[in-house]
Design a protein around this ligand. Structure first.
Ligand code: SF4
Ligand code: SF4
Ligand code: FES
Length: 281
């Protein structure tokens, strides 16, 4: 089963730039947490009253609950620096990184609810099976190097380099995949829809000036529509709003990819050019 729905969050967060461990200073207070506990069979929210110290992030508090009250509480994390993408969960119903959400964004009297990612099956407690995303990653054909050029001989405009660099900031936290309404409550859409993270990858490759996929007969624009479900996206920008890397997924990847796919399909000159090109190759 997927995680339960939780109340919407009341407070926006300021930029979080890292985390620190609690120092036990005089600013400590007790916070009320509700943490979802269970497995694929079902579960429930469990209440904890837990100490919070200045400078701490939500992951620190989950660790303190593990250390003092629930040693078997399952949570996935690695870097505690917003770089590995493994601590994704939902805090007050919003997809977030546990290690990059500062406790200072909440009021001391708030109840803070932590639940697993809603769009993916629960393994245990806050840990979900994100295998869907790896399956989708494998469905996107890799960059096709241009014939006759070796690594080191590529030349690209800075604008093209910048676009790839923005998309390559992705830490594969899958918060964008989790928040996208196309799959969030629609398991049946997971087969035809790749999700924002992987449509962004298709867009990166389709706009890459050196990608020679078309010379190999691979039409990434058609594939975006027919194999990766680009048409399901109605550019709501929810994916962009939750991306911890600030990648402008919708504006810089999804909308341009939609425009390119529409040009390919409906512009008669583009259609004719492609026909001629295909015949001469
Ligand atoms: S913009 Fe598209 S991919 Fe992003 S959340 Fe909305 S529907 Fe999903
Ligand atoms: S695009 Fe952003 S939200 Fe989506 S997986 Fe990458 S880093 Fe996470
Ligand atoms: S633990 Fe690595 S991103 Fe949070």
């Amino acid at each position: 089963m997927s995680a339960p729905e939780t109340a919407p969050e009341a407070t926006d967060d300021p930029p979080a730039t890292g985390s620190s461990t609690g120092t036990g200073t005089g600013t400590a207070y007790d916070a009320h947490f509700r943490v979802w506990r269970g497995d694929i069979e079902g579960g429930e929210l469990t209440d904890f009253t837990v100490e919070v110290n200045e400078g701490e992030v939500v992951l620190d508090i989950i660790h303190r609950i593990q250390a003092t009250q629930a040693p078997d509480l399952a949570v996935r994390w690695n870097c505690k620096a917003g770089k590995c993408g493994s601590c994704s969960a939902e805090i007050n119903g919003r997809p977030r990184l546990l290690c990059m959400t500062r406790m200072s964004v909440f009021s001391r009297t708030d109840t803070i609810t932590v639940t697993p990612l809603r769009a993916f099956p629960v393994v245990r407690d806050l840990v979900t099976d994100v295998g869907y995303n790896y399956a989708k990653a494998r469905e996107v054909p890799a960059f096709v190097p241009p014939e006759g050029l070796g690594p080191g001989e590529y030349r690209m405009r800075q604008e093209d380099v910048g676009r790839s660099q923005e998309f390559r900031k992705c830490i594969e936290c899958f918060l964008c995949q989790d928040t996208c309404h196309v799959v969030r409550d629609h398991e049946e859409n997971k087969r035809p829809f790749a999700g924002p993270r992987f449509l962004m990858r298709v867009a990166e490759l389709d706009m890459h000036p050196l990608d020679a996929a078309e010379d190999e007969g691979l039409d990434r624009k058609s594939a975006a529509q027919e194999e990766h479900g680009l048409g399901y996206c109605n550019i709501t920008k929810c994916c962009t709003e939750v991306c911890p890397e600030g990648i402008r997924i919708t504006d810089n990847a999804l909308i341009p990819l939609k425009e390119r796919a529409a040009d390919r399909k409906y512009d008669p000159l583009v259609w004719l050019g492609n026909k001629i090109r295909r015949r001469t190759t």
